[in-house]
Design a protein around this ligand. Structure first.
Ligand SMILES: [Zn+2]
Ligand SMILES: [Zn+2]
Length: 235
């Protein structure tokens, strides 16, 4: 079957994510847009994944539990895991690698995590916009050690990308690379190139969703489709 997928989205937990981006509202929006495989990848934290998982299940959407890590080189990498539990475990690990710099909500935005009914459960005190104390290559090892997907984010952006921070894309076993402008990236890179909305507002969701062919709704099937290039980006 061919499904609409959008892997990279931020909730109200990300300092730059709008407060309207509760997991509940995001999942409803995805349903409206016909997205059946939805990813959540907040900056350096996974605390909104439990609510996201519940909301997806309630709406019949397959959840991709992820995180967007800022490496020591300030490269953004989206990582996804087969289970909520593994993703949460990884999220705690990444949060522990962040410097003890408190967030300034007035300056940088709120970092709230909520339940599936939009009740605020708490606020992350450390600034999630900082770099975690882990290198790009170390991160790849950790993610693959947990059988997760390692996807360098927005590789063609002039900031927080492999191209802006490292100057090149190291030859490593990526599961895919994410680009904003896919055709030019396909010309430049040999890897499987995908795109995603990287939405921070409800209006931004679905603007760069794409199609993937999977045999069943499972993380393994999605991984296999990525590996074999069994997907289509309409740009
Ligand atoms: Zn990013
Ligand atoms: Zn992002």
């Amino acid at each position: 079957m061919i499904c609409t997928i959008d892997l990279h989205n931020h909730s109200c937990l990300s300092p730059c994510g709008s407060l309207e981006m509760s997991p509940s509202a995001m999942v409803k929006r995805a349903k409206h847009l016909g997205i059946s495989l939805l990813g959540l990848s907040d900056h350096n934290s996974t605390r909104n994944l439990p609510a996201f998982d519940v909301c997806c299940t309630n709406q019949g959407i397959f959840p991709l539990c992820g995180i967007e890590v800022t490496t020591r080189e300030e490269v953004h990498v989206t990582c996804y895991f087969e289970t909520l539990k593994t993703a949460q475990h990884f999220g705690r690990f990444i949060e522990s690698l962040l410097p003890d710099i408190p967030n300034s909500p007035d300056l940088l935005g709120d970092q709230v995590y909520v339940d599936s009914r939009e009740h605020i459960l708490g606020e992350v005190e450390k600034s999630l916009g900082q770099a975690a104390d882990i290198t790009f290559e170390q991160l790849l090892e950790e993610v693959h050690g947990l059988n997760g997907l390692f996807i360098p984010a927005h590789i063609d952006r002039p900031y927080f990308s492999v191209s802006s921070q490292l100057g090149f894309l190291p030859d490593l076993p990526y599961d895919a690379v994410e680009s904003i402008r896919v055709p030019s990236a396909i010309d430049t890179y040999q890897n499987n190139v995908i795109t995603n909305s990287d939405a921070h507002y409800l209006d931004g969701m679905g603007r760069r969703s794409w199609q993937i062919e999977i045999s069943e709704y499972s993380f393994t099937a999605i991984s296999a489709a990525l590996e074999s290039g069994n997907f289509r980006i309409s740009q």
